[in-house]
Every structure is written in C-alpha cells, then in structure tokens.
Design a protein around this ligand. Sequence first.
Ligand SMILES: [Zn+2]
Ligand SMILES: [Zn+2]
Length: 276
Amino acid sequence: MTSRQGHGRAPSPPGDYHVHTTCSDGSGSVEECVARAVALGLPEIGIADHLSGVRHQDWDAAAIPFERLDDYVAEVRAVAARHDDIRVLLGVEADYVREHEAGFADVLSAYPIDYVVGGIHVLGGFDFDDPAKRGDPRWSDPDALFVAYYEAVRRAAEFGRFAFIAHLDYIGLWGHKPGPGVDAGIDAALDAMAASRTAIELNTDRVSDPAGVMYPSPDTLRRACARGIPLVLSSDAHAAEHVGRLWDEAIATARQAGYRETLRLSDRALVPLPGD
Ligand SMILES: [Zn+2]
Ligand SMILES: [Zn+2]
C-alpha cells in the first residue's frame, strides 16, 4: 500500500452499473448485490432492474410492472441509505421501443431515477434472444436483423435518455456475423452515440451467452473508443456473486481497445482505468 504514496491516487476499480435483483429477474436481493460490491472494493454500484418500455407487454414478463416502480425506488433508496461504504445508484434497464418514446419519457420523468440503461432485446415485436424462436423464418436473413438492430441502437442514442447502451452487438448472440452490408449501420449507430454522449458498456455477463463472448465485439469497442464514446464496465449480474465478474479481464479488454478511462456515473466524470 505504501507504494501508492507519491504516485498520486491509484485508480480504483470502476463501478458496476448493470445489476439485476429480485426486483426483476435476478436471484439476489438489492442488499446482497450491494454487499458483494462492497466486498470487491467497488466505489459505486448501480442497480438497474428491467423496466418495460411499454405497458401490458407479454414479451417482457420479467420486468418491473409500472405499478410497482414506487416499491423498487423505495427499496434501492433504503439500501443506499444503509451504506456509507459504497455509493448506490438507482437505475433501470429499459427496452427501447420507438413507438413508445413519448409515454416512456413521461414515466421516466415521474420517478427519481439516476440513470437509464438502454437495452434492445426486441425488434418490431420479435424477441430475437428467445431460444424458442431460433427457428423463426426471420433468422433466414440475419443481415436484415442486424441492420434493424443497429437502426434501433441509432434511434435509441438519438432519443437521448439513455446513459449507456447495454450489450451492444447483442444481435449476434446466436453466433451470426454481420455481412459487409451491415457496416454502415454500425457506424451510424456509433456516430449517434458519440453525438449524444451515450456511453457504451463492456458487458461481462455475456460470456454465458451462446456466442460465448463479452459484448460488444472487440472491433465495435475499438470503433467506439476511436469516436470518444465513454465506456462503463458492467456485469449485467443476475446473481449477487456475479457482481463485478471478470473485472480484470474486462479492464484488459477495454485497454486493448484503446480505452484508458471509464465513466463514473455518479458525476459523469471520466476516471482512469486501473492498469498503468
Ligand atoms: Zn439486457
Ligand atoms: Zn441486463
């Protein structure tokens, strides 16, 4: 520890800003997830349970119902008030649905939520990550889905309400690779994120997905870094023991893509990534 003295303040590990609890589809309570982050020495944690972007949708039964949003806010705030050893932020992961932008913005404005994570798991009503729909005819033209996906990311960034986009490149979860015709759409999505200062996350939970990779791809992460898009590290934990999972590997991956800083969400400051 004495070696840190005289070298300025050593970078602390980044906060984990994408954690699911029993308030939506996670298995750990808010308190258990926060306790895990404290044990790891994280300076901040953001609870970001799923919130529907639409009322009465049948494809997102795991999300917090709108009528229980008050309880969620109260639960996270109560745990935050008990902890002076870590900063606990209140977030939600919301599906971006273009047709419901206005109503969704109204809901967000009505609650004291610190930040919103933009997740895209559904395209035009097609929940492309549903294993039961892998035989759906829409998968016969993966590039069309890729194009629609990055178009949704671009619009989500232009919507301007998301602190960061969750698991970018998620459309590749079944192992499909985008053809050259998708490239302009990826650029447009990243350009929109840069213009709106919508951050990108490096998502360490996705190693458990069928494609077996973190999201986004190394190539997308490099392109994001080149555009100056801020980075957050996220576990997307659905269990308390997965908070901060694979942090060292994620930090190394971020550095390989060119990142030297990460976004601290509490004050939107860029802070050094550990490793120098
Ligand atoms: Zn998600
Ligand atoms: Zn998530």
